[in-house]
Design a protein around this ligand. Structure first.
Ligand code: SF4
Ligand code: SF4
Length: 439
């Protein structure tokens, strides 16, 4: 196997020590659970229950007829308390199904009926349907519905499945823990994916700061056909789809194209476990493992929680100190979203909640660009971030497009490295959003 990294990128402080060796703990919700209807890319769901209905664990509460969408299931049993707009982590509001938990956790009967010990008799179409019904989406943050990725058009073929165990964002360790604690499930999940992509081989990629997980997975796939492991360099953003593909295959995804166009499909570690659980246990996606860390918590941890649980409950579990926290981020520090309200629910894409102190934030004054070129040196998409920012700030969107601004993956390397502390990725993101909305 050739090169195990990509060009450019950065080496931030990874700060994973506080949680990387901590066993995943389970936290059950104490209060109501809230299910936003937009937890994925594509069509939003519509509530299919009404106020006063009793719902069971695993029962669908939201669905959509759109192909690019994924249903939403209740993670508890109880009564529908409200269907109303509630705040979500992005700061916007979304239509939500709110359920009063009855704490009996009564399962919907279909889950045990659908549990199978052998999936080898299932056709590719049946496997894709199970994944679709289970509401699976990419758990790495983007939230792309998994069944769409599996349903490859007849004129395309996948020859390499890449399982993304890079977890390159600082502080995040939930994938690391899953690879160690649920190694067999990861491997069986990959075997299920190989039944969909019959001509492909699968490679699990792990960064070399997680050698314990790499060794366990390597041992686990030793006797398996079409399954491999790869130890990739620890560098940010190694977990970006395009950069992981390059590291493993040496192939570049052309601008405007998708991994499928060069025969690749990338799945996150937790998504692979979700596939395993849906196919072998009949269970839809109802839980998420979340890293809660940063200098503002006294008990940094990896917690397995039911979807819909309030961020506040996770922060209380992690012994959050509001007095010394100056910023809370949903997701990783590089690509996450700063939040102002902690009474928002955990959704399918919630990977972490990070509480940063003044010292961790290092608030520096923004100054003029000194044309040092550092942002250009680190950009993994080989863009010119300072020029893109100038176009963005002046609303020169044609110019922005001519510099390939839309291919920015919003990794934040440019903002991280800039000595003038210029908010490069923020300006670029705003311009991309404006251009998309004009279209
Ligand atoms: S311009 Fe975009 S892709 Fe390049 S470093 Fe900045 S955020 Fe990353
Ligand atoms: S890193 Fe900052 S100061 Fe240097 S060229 Fe880029 S925007 Fe300008």
């Amino acid at each position: 196997m050739r090169g195990l990294t990509f060009k450019r990128g950065i080496h931030p402080n990874y700060n994973k020590e506080a949680t990387s060796s901590k066993i995943i703990e389970t936290l059950m919700p104490k209060g109501e659970v809230v299910f936003p209807m937009s937890q994925h890319l594509g069509g939003s769901c519509t509530p299919i229950v009404k106020k006063g209905d009793r719902v069971l664990v695993g029962q669908k509460v939201g669905d959509s007829a759109a192909f690019v969408s994924a249903p939403i299931h209740s993670s508890v049993s109880g009564t529908v308390k409200a269907i109303e707009e509630r705040r979500i982590f992005r700061g916007t509001k979304d239509l939500c199904v709110v359920i009063e938990n009855d704490f009996t956790y009564e399962d919907a009967p279909y889950m045990s009926e659908n549990a199978i010990s052998s999936y080898t008799d299932l056709t590719k179409e049946q496997l894709i349907q199970i994944v679709k019904d289970a509401g699976l989406v990419g758990m790495g943050g983007a939230g792309f519905p998994t069944h769409v990725k599996l349903a490859v058009p007849p004129d395309k073929e996948i020859n390499t499945i890449i399982i993304n165990g890079a977890e390159c964002e600082p502080y995040l360790t939930s994938d690391h823990r899953v690879m160690i604690e649920e190694t067999d499930r990861v491997i069986e999940g990959m075997e299920i994916l190989l039944r969909v992509f019959k001509k492909a081989e699968a490679v699990i990629c792990v960064e070399d700061n997680k050698k314990d997980a790499y060794e366990m997975l390597t041992q686990g796939v030793k006797e398996k056909e079409r399954l491999k492991t790869a130890l990739v360099h620890t560098k940010y953003p190694q977990g970006s789809e395009k950069h992981l593909i390059y590291a493993v295959t040496g192939k570049e995804v052309p601008i405007g194209k998708l991994p499928i166009d060069i025969g690749c499909a990338v799945f996150n570690i937790d998504s692979v476990i979700a596939v395993w659980r849906a196919v072998t246990k009949g269970r839809p996606i109802m839980r998420r493992i979340v890293t809660v860390a940063g200098g503002g918590v006294d008990n940094p941890c990896n917690i397995k929680v039911r979807l819909g649980t309030s961020y506040r409950e996770l922060l209380e579990y992690a012994k959050w100190d509001s007095a010394r926290t100056v910023k809370i981020i949903s997701g990783g520090p590089m690509m996450g979203t700063a939040i102002s309200d902690i009474d928002v629910p955990v959704v399918k894409g919630t990977s972490a909640i990070l509480c940063f102190t003044e010292k961790e934030m290092g608030r520096d004054q923004i100054s003029n660009c000194i044309r040092c070129g550092k942002c250009v040196d680190v950009c993994p998409m080989q863009l010119v971030p300072n020029t893109l920012q100038a176009s963005a700030l002046n609303h020169k969107y044609e110019e922005f497009l001519s510099y390939d601004g839309m291919s920015c993956i919003e990794c934040g390397c440019c903002s991280y490295i800039c000595p003038a502390k210029r908010q490069l990725v923020q300006s670029i993101r705003t311009a991309k959003t404006a251009i998309r909305s004009r279209k």
